[in-house]
Design a protein around this ligand. Structure first.
Ligand SMILES: Cc1cc2nc3c(=O)[nH]c(=O)nc-3n(C[C@H](O)[C@H](O)[C@H](O)COP(=O)(O)O)c2cc1C
Length: 252
């Protein structure tokens, strides 16, 4: 009887031990799972991080590309310089009869120096001025007295919005700008544009025209440090240097 009791007790102890062991294993198993899950989660975190990094790199690349394009666009949108001038060929004071006018020769020196940075527009009258010098002076007197605004060719095809700098040239006529220059200055919107002036003459210098143009063109920035050269002098190759030094001085 005692033996049976002892055997029963031993059996009981073994059974309890076995159950305890099984439960412990289950705890270990359960502990394994969260670690695995954690690792899995970490992998996912790492993966997301990489994906994020790749995505960020792509975004950065996009930004760089966008910035580059913007720079290119800014470069493309950079405005040109317009060289606009009026000049009369044929018979003239001191130079005889010429095929190309004095002011046009100066405009050519300017264009040669600025190259692709500048476009040239010749203010070419619809009604040509008389070829004879004396007749021309009389015609010009009439225009002056009538405060005329002579028309010129291709006026409407000139897109002034393309330019933020205009270099305007003309001869002195009767101590003033030829009236066709007033037509030009009144035809376009020069607001905010910089206007540089050059002219030829036979003794009058700029005859106060730089100041009168500045006073007339109040919405533009008119630079009165213009360049005035005698007509006969303007035709000489040595004037190229004078023109270039003037442009350098303006920072163009
Ligand atoms: C109608 C007319 C009026 C002129 N009036 C003056 C003048 O008042 N002062 C002056 O110094 N030269 C005067 N000149 C001379 C011109 O300014 C000079 O010859 C100029 O270089 C001509 O330039 P162009 O060949 O580009 O037309 C006049 C010339 C003409 C045709």
């Amino acid at each position: 009887m005692n033996k049976k009791l002892i055997f029963g007790l031993i059996l009981c102890i073994l059974t309890i031990g076995l159950v305890a062991c099984t439960e412990q294993n289950e705890v270990i198993d359960n502990q394994d799972n969260p670690v695995e899950e954690q690792v899995q989660e970490n992998v996912e975190v790492v993966d997301n991080g990489e994906e994020q990094a790749v995505e960020n790199n792509e975004n950065e690349a996009e930004v760089v590309e966008k910035n580059n394009n913007e720079e290119i666009n800014v470069e493309n949108s950079e405005k040109k310089i317009l060289i606009a001038f009026f000049s009369r060929a044929d018979e003239n004071y001191s130079v005889g009869t010429v095929d190309v006018g004095n002011t046009e020769i100066m405009a050519g020196f300017i264009k040669d120096y600025l190259g692709d940075k500048a476009d040239t527009f010749k203010i070419d009258p619809v009604v040509a001025y008389p070829k004879d010098y004396k007749e021309c002076t009389e015609y010009a007197t009439k225009e002056l007295n009538e405060n005329a605004r002579p028309e010129y060719k291709n006026a409407d095809s000139l897109d002034m919005s393309k330019y933020d700098t205009v270099i305007l040239g003309y001869p002195i006529w009767w101590g003033d700008v030829p009236m066709i220059i007033n037509t030009f200055l009144e035809k376009y919107d020069f607001s905010g544009k910089t206007i540089y002036l050059f002219n030829t003459h036979e003794g009058s210098g700029n005859s106060g025209t730089y100041t009168s143009i500045k006073n007339k063109m109040t919405s533009a920035n008119v630079d009165t440090n213009g360049l005035a050269i005698r007509g006969a002098e303007a035709r000489k190759e040595s004037s190229r240097n004078t023109v270039e030094n003037w442009l350098k001085g303006l920072g163009l």
